[in-house]
Design a protein around this ligand. Structure first.
Ligand SMILES: Cc1cc2nc3c(=O)[nH]c(=O)nc-3n(C[C@H](O)[C@H](O)[C@H](O)COP(=O)(O)OP(=O)(O)OC[C@H]3O[C@@H](n4cnc5c(N)ncnc54)[C@H](O)[C@@H]3O)c2cc1C
Length: 378
């Protein structure tokens, strides 16, 4: 299994979100051997590596991140914590939000998690009590309230990475896995070094699709977001957002959003379609379709409500998502080796799921839990 061209980003071409990731790994050469290798330093890989050491403090756990922790979706997310999956509930899934909060609590990760509920908004079936009345292809208002909430993505990434390190997992940044050989034993190649592992988790999401065996089976896309400058309490109240609940449309055109510290509001929408995941390596939000979609999103946000008309957008950014069959997450053993697990493709619905399923993957690697059967052929 080869990553062909492993990702290695050096410039913030995807724009800058309104949070920072306060973590830098120490420089170490890759070990010759590890019990568990985790590939990918997003929410999924970090949660799995931390949970492995939380449960088995004496096993060697090494996380390989091609670039920096949070370099991909997790650092460029919206940070809404949503229940279930993008495809709804799945057999044996359990309560994602409760599991997510429990894992963060057990690992002592403080990331400003709040779960006050989330607002489904739409152009029809609006509740008479809707606090929201926005102008966006009709009048947008609240149609239903569902479980959900928000996190600070920068704090969740650094909190998980610090929790992993504190428990003795080795995090190696700038360590792209170029190849995984499954012949006799599992051997990963990183920057020319070889690392033997007993068990591997591939948590590379929208990138390295040859490594995960998802090339041609899952579609990488790039999606966009903007954040306003801090708004006054009067502006927040007139927008109907005083409850602090995140929101997303249940009809089209799609729009999601949330509040962030300092009374900023984040709005997100838009999809850049990609033929090949490698287009992510050169995609620049200041050019082409991504720039057009960001400009449209800003204009749309300003027209939602008179109190947004003259608002300045302080941050603009985008990041990848991966959509697999039926919008269901991929969580399965690799076709070429049963000790290689592939987890990801949350279809833009991965903040809570990545941590919840990352911990589940850790338990499966330790032989304490079975994988679900969501990805078996019909
Ligand atoms: C703009 C935006 C808004 C979003 N909003 C929300 C939201 O509000 N709520 C929600 O639930 N979800 C949301 N999502 C989706 C959510 O952010 C993702 O599902 C989640 O972050 C995925 O985490 P991950 O760890 O699986 O993947 P990633 O964070 O993408 O991590 C994968 C990592 O693997 C690394 N990697 C790749 N190849 C290799 C290799 N060969 N060797 C080593 N490392 C490698 C990458 O560098 C990357 O760091 C959003 C996504 C975007 C882009």
């Amino acid at each position: 299994m080869s990553a062909k061209q492993p990702p290695n980003r050096t410039t913030p071409r995807w724009g800058l979100p309104p949070w920072t990731v306060d973590f830098h790994s120490e420089q170490h050469p890759p070990p010759q051997e590890t019990d568990f290798a985790v590939v990918g330093g997003g929410f999924t890989g970090l949660a799995a590596a931390t949970w492995l050491r939380h449960l088995e403090p004496h096993k060697r756990v090494t996380l390989f991140e091609a670039s920096r922790v949070g370099a991909c979706s997790s650092g460029h997310t919206g940070g809404m914590a949503l229940s279930e999956t993008a495809a709804g509930d799945l057999p044996g899934l359990g309560d994602v939000l409760a599991g997510f909060s429990n894992i963060l609590r057990d690992l002592q990760v403080n990331c400003d998690l709040t779960l006050p509920g989330a607002l489904e908004i739409g152009r029809s079936g609006v509740l008479p009590s809707s606090p929201i009345a926005w102008n966006d292809c009709g009048t947008l208002g609240v149609t239903r309230e569902v479980p959900g909430g928000t996190i600070d993505p920068g704090k969740m990434l650094s909190g998980l990475a610090q929790a992993a390190t504190k428990r003795g997992a080795l995090i190696l940044e700038n360590a792209p896995v170029e190849n995984l050989s499954v012949e006799e034993s599992l051997v990963l190649r990183i920057n020319g070094s070889q690392v033997r592992a007993r068990c591997v988790l591939l948590a590379t999401n929208a990138e390295s699709l040859e490594l995960t065996g998802l090339a041609g089976l899952a579609e990488p896309k790039f999606t966009l977001a903007v954040a306003t400058e801090p708004l006054s309490p009067e502006q927040i109240s007139s927008l109907g957002l005083s409850s602090g609940k995140p929101f997303y449309t249940v009809d089209l055109p799609y729009l999601w959003g949330r509040m962030l510290h300092e009374n900023r509001v984040i709005f997100g929408s838009g999809l850049v379609h990609l033929e090949d995941w490698r287009e992510l390596l050169t995609l620049d939000v200041s050019e082409g379709q991504a720039a057009e979609l960001l400009a449209n999103l800003e204009e749309r946000a300003r027209k939602l409500h008179p109190s947004l008309r003259n608002v300045r957008m302080s941050h603009r950014w985008g990041g990848p998502i991966l959509i697999a069959d039926k919008w269901q997450p991929v969580f399965r053993r690799h076709a070429e080796h049963r000790d290689v697990i592939v987890l990801g493709a949350y279809s833009g619905h991965g903040v809570a799921q990545s941590v919840y399923l990352g911990a589940w993957a850790a338990e499966a690697m330790l032989g304490r839990r079975e994988l679900p059967d969501w990805n078996l052929p019909d």
